[in-house]
Design a protein around this ligand. Structure first.
Ligand code: GFB
Length: 321
């Protein structure tokens, strides 16, 4: 199956977010027209506004990267926001895409959709086979609903739409707010600020024993464009690096990159979350895609981009739309 992007009009929903902006960069070489719509243009939580906007813009394809995202503490603290806002955004966009005959749609989920104790590495068929991780079950349920809605439109209306499940992502334009961010940007910022302050330690959340898989946003964007062009199937596709690392070792790696030599302390009043969520990348590898950016190299690039001249910390809001 091939879907040539040249001369197509592709809406990147969530174009300002870390993933959305990486997809916009990746599409630059495809000869397509990228449609952008900030929330000043259309409120994605307003069904009427989304239908009106879509009927005027009539994109040929949509990369649905708009979502309310955040780390473990934000997810655990704002369950209504993570469930309700993500349900509204995806339902409005997917339904309006159907009403406007959008040819291709790629829905973006997350690796937290899988059961807390799924056998590792986690394959796509582990979905809905066990209880979710409590700290982010609301976001997970919203994303599972999105996967199912895409499948429903394939089944009932023959829509050639697909879903992708990225692992924990990091990259340029990440959220560095220490309360709402994911672990990797938080550790980069903590090590950097400790170095500037001459502090003798940084404090990480939890025990440092959970393991996480990381993929650079530019690798993720490359995989998403690859799938948009080549994949058609009911089953969602995992997008990961295929390697995971204990959080404590990640903190050590970040300190090496930042050149901070202090102690790494653990605040065990904060949650660990799921012990591990390494995904199987076999399905995507068999299609011929593989990541290019190694973790150390990727962290160093993010550090240069956001902290080299000690940029003001871009504490992006929790809402990356
Ligand atoms: O990245 P993170 O916030 O989210 O946390 P999840 C990953 C691990 O890093 C957890 C630990 O065990 C955290 O306790 N950690 C250590 C820290 N220090 C820090 C810190 O300073 N900040 C943060 N944020 N974590 C998310 C889901 O789960 O995964 C989202 O909540 C999404 O919905 C995302 O699915 C991909 O990996 O635990």
């Amino acid at each position: 199956m091939t879907y040539p992007l040249k001369d197509r009009r592709i809406w990147v929903a969530g174009h300002r977010g870390m993933v959305g902006s990486a997809v916009v960069r990746r599409l630059e070489s495809e000869g397509c027209e990228v449609i952008r719509a900030g929330r000043e243009t259309v409120d994605l939580q307003d069904q009427h506004a989304v239908r009106n906007w879509m009927s005027q813009e009539k994109p040929d394809a949509i990369v649905l990267a708009a979502a309310k995202v955040g780390g473990i503490l934000a997810n655990d603290t704002y369950p209504v926001d993570f469930l309700y806002e993500n349900l509204m955004i995806e339902a409005n966009i997917i339904n309006a895409a159907h009403l406007n005959d959008v040819e291709r749609l790629l829905f973006l989920g997350s690796s937290c959709i899988y059961p807390k104790r799924a056998p590792q590495p986690i394959s796509e068929d582990s979905l809905l086979t066990g209880p979710l991780e409590p700290t982010n079950e609301w976001y997970a349920i919203a994303k599972i609903a999105g996967i199912k809605l895409v499948q429903a439109y394939r089944k009932q209306y023959g829509r050639d739409w697909i879903s992708a499940m990225p692992t924990n992502l990091y990259g340029p334009g990440d959220n560095f707010d220490l309360q709402s961010s994911h672990v990797l940007p938080a550790l980069i910022r903590k090590a950097h600020e400790a170095k500037l302050a001459g502090s003798d330690h940084i404090t990480i959340w939890g025990t440092g024993t959970p393991r996480r898989e990381f993929l650079h946003a530019d690798d993720c964007a490359d995989a998403l464009v690859f799938l948009l062009q080549t994949y058609s199937g009911d089953v969602h596709v995992n997008v990961g690096s295929g390697e995971d690392i204990p959080i404590h070792d990640l903190a050590q790696l970040v300190c090496e990159v930042v050149d901070f030599n202090g102690e790494i302390r653990c605040d065990t009043t904060k949650p660990d979350g799921t012990p591990r969520k390494l995904m199987s990348g076999d399905k995507l590898r068999e299609m011929g895609w593989a990541p290019k950016i190694g973790l150390r190299e990727g962290i160093a690039a993010v550090y240069r981009t956001h902290f080299a001249e000690d940029d003001p910390i871009r504490g992006a809001s929790v809402v990356n739309i």
